[in-house]
Ligand binder design. Structure first.
Ligand code: PLP
Length: 331
Protein backbone atom coordinates (compact mmCIF):
# COMPACT_ATOMS: atom_id res chain seq x y z
CA UNK A 1 0.00 0.00 0.00
CA UNK A 2 1.54 3.25 -1.15
CA UNK A 3 0.30 6.34 0.63
CA UNK A 4 2.43 8.68 -1.46
CA UNK A 5 1.38 11.98 -2.97
CA UNK A 6 -1.78 11.97 -5.05
CA UNK A 7 -2.66 14.04 -8.09
CA UNK A 8 -6.10 14.50 -6.54
CA UNK A 9 -6.77 17.44 -4.26
CA UNK A 10 -9.22 17.35 -1.39
CA UNK A 11 -11.70 20.13 -0.60
CA UNK A 12 -12.52 19.55 3.08
CA UNK A 13 -16.22 19.00 3.71
CA UNK A 14 -16.28 16.10 6.17
CA UNK A 15 -15.19 15.61 9.78
CA UNK A 16 -12.40 13.09 9.26
CA UNK A 17 -11.37 10.54 10.33
CA UNK A 18 -14.76 8.92 10.81
CA UNK A 19 -14.96 6.75 13.94
CA UNK A 20 -13.73 3.15 13.88
CA UNK A 21 -14.79 0.93 16.76
CA UNK A 22 -15.49 -2.63 17.83
CA UNK A 23 -18.98 -4.14 17.78
CA UNK A 24 -18.77 -5.93 21.14
CA UNK A 25 -22.16 -7.62 21.12
CA UNK A 26 -21.94 -8.70 17.48
CA UNK A 27 -18.43 -10.04 18.19
CA UNK A 28 -19.76 -12.01 21.17
CA UNK A 29 -22.78 -13.30 19.23
CA UNK A 30 -20.63 -14.69 16.44
CA UNK A 31 -17.38 -15.49 18.25
CA UNK A 32 -15.41 -13.14 16.01
CA UNK A 33 -13.61 -9.80 16.20
CA UNK A 34 -16.02 -7.52 14.36
CA UNK A 35 -15.41 -3.78 13.87
CA UNK A 36 -17.24 -0.98 12.11
CA UNK A 37 -16.04 2.01 10.08
CA UNK A 38 -18.58 4.75 10.63
CA UNK A 39 -18.93 6.60 7.33
CA UNK A 40 -22.54 7.10 8.37
CA UNK A 41 -20.98 9.72 10.68
CA UNK A 42 -19.08 11.95 8.26
CA UNK A 43 -20.66 15.06 9.76
CA UNK A 44 -21.72 16.32 6.33
CA UNK A 45 -25.23 16.49 4.85
CA UNK A 46 -26.56 13.51 6.79
CA UNK A 47 -23.47 11.34 6.41
CA UNK A 48 -22.57 8.56 4.02
CA UNK A 49 -19.83 7.38 1.69
CA UNK A 50 -20.62 9.90 -1.05
CA UNK A 51 -19.14 12.71 1.01
CA UNK A 52 -15.67 11.21 0.61
CA UNK A 53 -16.03 11.24 -3.17
CA UNK A 54 -17.48 14.74 -3.16
CA UNK A 55 -14.46 16.23 -1.41
CA UNK A 56 -12.45 15.45 -4.55
CA UNK A 57 -15.30 16.12 -6.99
CA UNK A 58 -15.69 19.56 -5.37
CA UNK A 59 -12.09 20.39 -6.24
CA UNK A 60 -12.77 19.67 -9.89
CA UNK A 61 -16.06 21.63 -9.85
CA UNK A 62 -14.13 24.65 -8.68
CA UNK A 63 -11.10 24.17 -10.93
CA UNK A 64 -13.31 23.83 -14.02
CA UNK A 65 -15.47 26.80 -12.93
CA UNK A 66 -18.62 24.75 -13.28
CA UNK A 67 -21.85 26.70 -12.77
CA UNK A 68 -24.38 23.84 -13.03
CA UNK A 69 -23.95 20.22 -12.01
CA UNK A 70 -26.34 17.73 -13.60
CA UNK A 71 -26.69 14.28 -12.08
CA UNK A 72 -29.04 11.34 -12.26
CA UNK A 73 -30.17 8.67 -9.84
CA UNK A 74 -33.08 7.25 -7.96
CA UNK A 75 -35.39 9.60 -6.10
CA UNK A 76 -33.95 8.24 -2.81
CA UNK A 77 -30.34 8.72 -3.94
CA UNK A 78 -27.93 9.38 -1.09
CA UNK A 79 -25.44 10.71 -3.62
CA UNK A 80 -27.86 13.37 -4.87
CA UNK A 81 -28.54 14.52 -1.30
CA UNK A 82 -24.84 14.94 -0.54
CA UNK A 83 -24.08 16.40 -3.97
CA UNK A 84 -26.87 18.94 -3.48
CA UNK A 85 -25.26 20.04 -0.22
CA UNK A 86 -21.83 20.21 -1.85
CA UNK A 87 -23.20 22.39 -4.64
CA UNK A 88 -24.75 24.74 -2.08
CA UNK A 89 -21.44 25.02 -0.23
CA UNK A 90 -19.65 25.81 -3.50
CA UNK A 91 -22.41 28.12 -4.78
CA UNK A 92 -23.25 26.16 -7.93
CA UNK A 93 -26.62 24.87 -9.19
CA UNK A 94 -27.59 21.23 -8.83
CA UNK A 95 -30.07 19.68 -11.27
CA UNK A 96 -31.04 16.08 -10.44
CA UNK A 97 -32.79 13.94 -13.05
CA UNK A 98 -34.49 11.17 -11.08
CA UNK A 99 -36.91 8.26 -11.28
CA UNK A 100 -38.20 6.24 -8.34
CA UNK A 101 -36.98 2.79 -9.47
CA UNK A 102 -34.46 2.72 -12.29
CA UNK A 103 -33.88 -0.89 -13.38
CA UNK A 104 -31.82 -3.02 -15.72
CA UNK A 105 -33.26 -3.64 -19.17
CA UNK A 106 -33.72 -7.33 -18.53
CA UNK A 107 -35.04 -6.98 -14.99
CA UNK A 108 -38.05 -4.63 -14.72
CA UNK A 109 -39.39 -4.35 -11.17
CA UNK A 110 -42.90 -5.32 -10.20
CA UNK A 111 -45.42 -2.71 -9.05
CA UNK A 112 -43.81 -0.57 -6.38
CA UNK A 113 -44.95 2.25 -4.14
CA UNK A 114 -43.84 5.72 -5.27
CA UNK A 115 -40.89 7.13 -3.35
CA UNK A 116 -41.62 9.78 -0.74
CA UNK A 117 -39.98 11.18 2.38
CA UNK A 118 -36.39 10.34 3.24
CA UNK A 119 -33.78 11.84 0.95
CA UNK A 120 -36.46 13.58 -1.10
CA UNK A 121 -37.32 15.82 1.86
CA UNK A 122 -33.66 16.59 2.51
CA UNK A 123 -33.10 17.30 -1.17
CA UNK A 124 -36.01 19.74 -1.16
CA UNK A 125 -34.62 21.49 1.93
CA UNK A 126 -31.33 21.83 0.05
CA UNK A 127 -33.16 23.30 -2.95
CA UNK A 128 -32.02 20.66 -5.43
CA UNK A 129 -33.71 21.19 -8.80
CA UNK A 130 -35.37 17.76 -9.12
CA UNK A 131 -36.61 16.64 -12.56
CA UNK A 132 -38.64 13.59 -11.64
CA UNK A 133 -39.81 11.33 -14.44
CA UNK A 134 -41.52 7.94 -14.82
CA UNK A 135 -39.68 4.70 -14.02
CA UNK A 136 -37.51 3.20 -16.73
CA UNK A 137 -34.14 1.65 -17.33
CA UNK A 138 -30.82 3.09 -16.19
CA UNK A 139 -30.07 3.79 -19.87
CA UNK A 140 -33.26 5.84 -20.19
CA UNK A 141 -32.36 7.73 -17.03
CA UNK A 142 -28.89 8.51 -18.37
CA UNK A 143 -30.35 9.68 -21.68
CA UNK A 144 -32.73 12.04 -19.86
CA UNK A 145 -29.86 13.47 -17.83
CA UNK A 146 -27.77 13.84 -20.98
CA UNK A 147 -30.58 15.83 -22.62
CA UNK A 148 -30.92 18.01 -19.51
CA UNK A 149 -27.16 18.66 -19.48
CA UNK A 150 -27.33 19.75 -23.13
CA UNK A 151 -30.26 22.09 -22.40
CA UNK A 152 -28.37 23.66 -19.51
CA UNK A 153 -25.26 24.12 -21.64
CA UNK A 154 -27.38 25.73 -24.38
CA UNK A 155 -28.63 28.21 -21.79
CA UNK A 156 -25.03 29.25 -21.25
CA UNK A 157 -24.23 27.28 -18.09
CA UNK A 158 -20.84 25.62 -17.62
CA UNK A 159 -22.10 22.10 -17.01
CA UNK A 160 -20.59 18.98 -15.53
CA UNK A 161 -22.77 15.93 -15.94
CA UNK A 162 -21.60 13.69 -13.09
CA UNK A 163 -22.40 9.98 -13.55
CA UNK A 164 -24.44 7.91 -11.09
CA UNK A 165 -23.05 7.70 -7.58
CA UNK A 166 -20.14 10.02 -8.33
CA UNK A 167 -18.15 7.14 -9.80
CA UNK A 168 -15.50 9.19 -11.56
CA UNK A 169 -11.76 8.95 -10.79
CA UNK A 170 -12.14 11.76 -8.22
CA UNK A 171 -14.76 9.63 -6.44
CA UNK A 172 -12.45 6.64 -6.29
CA UNK A 173 -9.70 8.95 -5.01
CA UNK A 174 -11.86 9.61 -1.97
CA UNK A 175 -11.74 5.91 -1.16
CA UNK A 176 -8.02 5.58 -1.77
CA UNK A 177 -7.63 8.09 1.02
CA UNK A 178 -10.31 6.35 3.09
CA UNK A 179 -8.41 3.04 2.93
CA UNK A 180 -5.28 4.75 4.27
CA UNK A 181 -7.38 6.37 6.98
CA UNK A 182 -8.71 3.00 8.14
CA UNK A 183 -5.33 1.27 8.13
CA UNK A 184 -3.90 4.09 10.24
CA UNK A 185 -6.76 3.60 12.74
CA UNK A 186 -6.19 -0.11 13.20
CA UNK A 187 -2.92 -1.15 14.83
CA UNK A 188 -4.21 -4.74 14.82
CA UNK A 189 -4.33 -6.43 11.42
CA UNK A 190 -7.54 -6.31 9.42
CA UNK A 191 -8.57 -9.55 7.73
CA UNK A 192 -11.67 -8.55 5.81
CA UNK A 193 -13.67 -5.44 4.88
CA UNK A 194 -17.35 -5.85 3.96
CA UNK A 195 -19.39 -3.08 2.36
CA UNK A 196 -22.26 -2.38 -0.02
CA UNK A 197 -21.17 -1.88 -3.62
CA UNK A 198 -23.11 -0.26 -6.44
CA UNK A 199 -21.66 2.37 -8.77
CA UNK A 200 -18.16 1.21 -7.93
CA UNK A 201 -15.95 4.07 -6.80
CA UNK A 202 -16.02 2.87 -3.18
CA UNK A 203 -14.93 -0.59 -4.30
CA UNK A 204 -12.35 0.63 -6.82
CA UNK A 205 -10.77 3.00 -4.32
CA UNK A 206 -10.56 0.46 -1.49
CA UNK A 207 -9.38 -2.44 -3.67
CA UNK A 208 -6.76 -0.31 -5.41
CA UNK A 209 -5.34 1.06 -2.18
CA UNK A 210 -5.30 -2.34 -0.45
CA UNK A 211 -4.21 -4.45 -3.41
CA UNK A 212 -0.83 -5.48 -2.05
CA UNK A 213 -2.03 -6.07 1.51
CA UNK A 214 -3.52 -9.29 2.90
CA UNK A 215 -6.84 -7.56 3.54
CA UNK A 216 -9.77 -9.17 1.75
CA UNK A 217 -11.92 -6.40 0.24
CA UNK A 218 -15.40 -7.89 -0.13
CA UNK A 219 -18.16 -5.97 -1.87
CA UNK A 220 -21.82 -6.89 -1.56
CA UNK A 221 -23.72 -6.08 -4.75
CA UNK A 222 -26.94 -4.10 -4.28
CA UNK A 223 -27.74 -4.05 -7.99
CA UNK A 224 -28.43 -7.25 -9.95
CA UNK A 225 -26.49 -6.05 -13.03
CA UNK A 226 -24.13 -9.00 -13.64
CA UNK A 227 -21.60 -6.97 -15.66
CA UNK A 228 -20.98 -4.51 -12.87
CA UNK A 229 -17.38 -5.66 -12.26
CA UNK A 230 -16.58 -4.79 -15.89
CA UNK A 231 -17.69 -1.24 -15.14
CA UNK A 232 -15.48 -1.21 -12.06
CA UNK A 233 -12.53 -2.28 -14.24
CA UNK A 234 -13.26 0.61 -16.62
CA UNK A 235 -13.26 3.03 -13.71
CA UNK A 236 -9.97 1.55 -12.55
CA UNK A 237 -8.54 2.18 -16.00
CA UNK A 238 -9.67 5.82 -15.87
CA UNK A 239 -8.22 6.19 -12.38
CA UNK A 240 -4.91 4.92 -13.70
CA UNK A 241 -5.06 7.40 -16.59
CA UNK A 242 -5.51 10.21 -14.06
CA UNK A 243 -2.70 8.89 -11.83
CA UNK A 244 -0.37 6.48 -13.60
CA UNK A 245 1.22 5.40 -10.31
CA UNK A 246 -1.97 3.43 -9.55
CA UNK A 247 -2.45 -0.14 -10.82
CA UNK A 248 -5.17 -1.12 -13.29
CA UNK A 249 -7.51 -3.78 -11.91
CA UNK A 250 -9.37 -6.27 -14.07
CA UNK A 251 -12.99 -7.28 -13.45
CA UNK A 252 -11.92 -10.56 -11.83
CA UNK A 253 -9.95 -8.70 -9.16
CA UNK A 254 -13.12 -7.33 -7.55
CA UNK A 255 -14.70 -9.65 -4.99
CA UNK A 256 -18.43 -9.18 -5.28
CA UNK A 257 -21.27 -11.35 -4.03
CA UNK A 258 -24.68 -11.07 -5.68
CA UNK A 259 -26.45 -13.30 -3.15
CA UNK A 260 -27.99 -10.46 -1.16
CA UNK A 261 -29.43 -8.13 -3.83
CA UNK A 262 -32.96 -9.27 -2.93
CA UNK A 263 -35.87 -8.29 -5.20
CA UNK A 264 -33.87 -5.62 -7.04
CA UNK A 265 -31.96 -2.37 -6.81
CA UNK A 266 -33.68 0.05 -4.50
CA UNK A 267 -36.10 -2.58 -3.21
CA UNK A 268 -35.68 -3.70 0.43
CA UNK A 269 -34.95 -7.38 1.15
CA UNK A 270 -36.12 -9.62 4.00
CA UNK A 271 -32.58 -10.53 5.04
CA UNK A 272 -31.78 -6.82 5.02
CA UNK A 273 -34.75 -5.98 7.23
CA UNK A 274 -33.64 -8.68 9.69
CA UNK A 275 -30.07 -7.33 9.66
CA UNK A 276 -31.37 -3.81 10.30
CA UNK A 277 -33.35 -4.93 13.35
CA UNK A 278 -30.44 -7.01 14.61
CA UNK A 279 -27.82 -4.24 14.46
CA UNK A 280 -30.21 -1.62 15.86
CA UNK A 281 -31.17 -3.85 18.79
CA UNK A 282 -27.67 -5.17 19.55
CA UNK A 283 -25.56 -2.05 18.97
CA UNK A 284 -27.91 0.92 18.56
CA UNK A 285 -26.73 1.48 14.98
CA UNK A 286 -29.17 1.94 12.12
CA UNK A 287 -28.67 0.65 8.60
CA UNK A 288 -30.44 1.74 5.42
CA UNK A 289 -32.70 -0.63 3.43
CA UNK A 290 -31.06 -0.23 -0.01
CA UNK A 291 -27.36 -0.72 0.67
CA UNK A 292 -26.03 -1.28 4.18
CA UNK A 293 -28.83 -3.62 5.29
CA UNK A 294 -28.01 -5.97 2.41
CA UNK A 295 -24.27 -5.72 3.08
CA UNK A 296 -24.72 -6.45 6.77
CA UNK A 297 -26.98 -9.40 5.91
CA UNK A 298 -24.09 -10.76 3.81
CA UNK A 299 -21.66 -10.25 6.68
CA UNK A 300 -23.98 -12.08 9.12
CA UNK A 301 -24.13 -14.96 6.69
CA UNK A 302 -20.35 -15.04 6.46
CA UNK A 303 -19.99 -14.84 10.25
CA UNK A 304 -22.38 -17.70 10.83
CA UNK A 305 -21.06 -19.99 8.11
CA UNK A 306 -17.28 -19.33 7.79
CA UNK A 307 -15.86 -18.10 4.49
CA UNK A 308 -16.52 -20.07 1.35
CA UNK A 309 -12.80 -20.33 0.65
CA UNK A 310 -12.27 -22.00 4.01
CA UNK A 311 -9.64 -19.55 5.17
CA UNK A 312 -10.50 -18.54 8.72
CA UNK A 313 -10.02 -14.82 9.20
CA UNK A 314 -7.01 -13.82 11.22
CA UNK A 315 -7.57 -10.34 12.50
CA UNK A 316 -10.43 -7.95 12.49
CA UNK A 317 -13.48 -8.23 10.33
CA UNK A 318 -14.64 -4.75 9.40
CA UNK A 319 -18.07 -3.64 8.31
CA UNK A 320 -17.76 -0.38 6.38
CA UNK A 321 -20.96 1.53 7.14
CA UNK A 322 -21.56 3.60 4.02
CA UNK A 323 -24.52 5.58 5.39
CA UNK A 324 -27.94 5.97 3.82
CA UNK A 325 -29.89 6.43 7.05
CA UNK A 326 -32.42 8.93 5.57
CA UNK A 327 -33.85 6.36 3.16
CA UNK A 328 -35.14 4.38 6.16
CA UNK A 329 -37.84 7.06 6.19
CA UNK A 330 -38.52 6.69 2.48
CA UNK A 331 -39.96 3.18 2.67
C1 PLP B 1 -23.93 4.83 -2.96
C2 PLP B 1 -23.96 3.99 -1.76
C3 PLP B 1 -23.23 2.78 -1.70
C4 PLP B 1 -22.44 2.24 -2.86
O1 PLP B 1 -21.28 2.98 -3.13
P1 PLP B 1 -20.71 2.98 -4.61
O2 PLP B 1 -19.45 3.74 -4.53
O3 PLP B 1 -21.74 3.63 -5.47
O4 PLP B 1 -20.49 1.57 -5.04
C5 PLP B 1 -23.27 2.06 -0.53
N1 PLP B 1 -23.98 2.47 0.53
C6 PLP B 1 -24.69 3.62 0.51
C7 PLP B 1 -25.47 3.99 1.72
C8 PLP B 1 -24.71 4.41 -0.63
O5 PLP B 1 -25.43 5.54 -0.65
Amino acid sequence: MDSGASVFRRTPLLCLPTPFHRLDRVSADYGADVWIKRDDLTGFAGGGNKGRKLEYIATRIQAAQITTVVCEGSTQSNFIRQLGATCRVLGVRCVAVVMDYPYEFSLPPGPLVPASGGNLILGEILGIDFRRGPNGTWDELRARAEATATEEANRGERVWHIPVGGSVPEGAAGFLAAAHELVAQSPEPIAEIWFASASGSTHVGLQTALLDTSIRVQGVATDPEPGIAEEFAELSERLHRADSSLPVLSASEFRLTFDFVGPGYGVPSEAGAAATEYLARREGIFLDPIYTAKAFAALRDRLSSRPAEGRPAEGRIVFWHTGGFPSLFGH
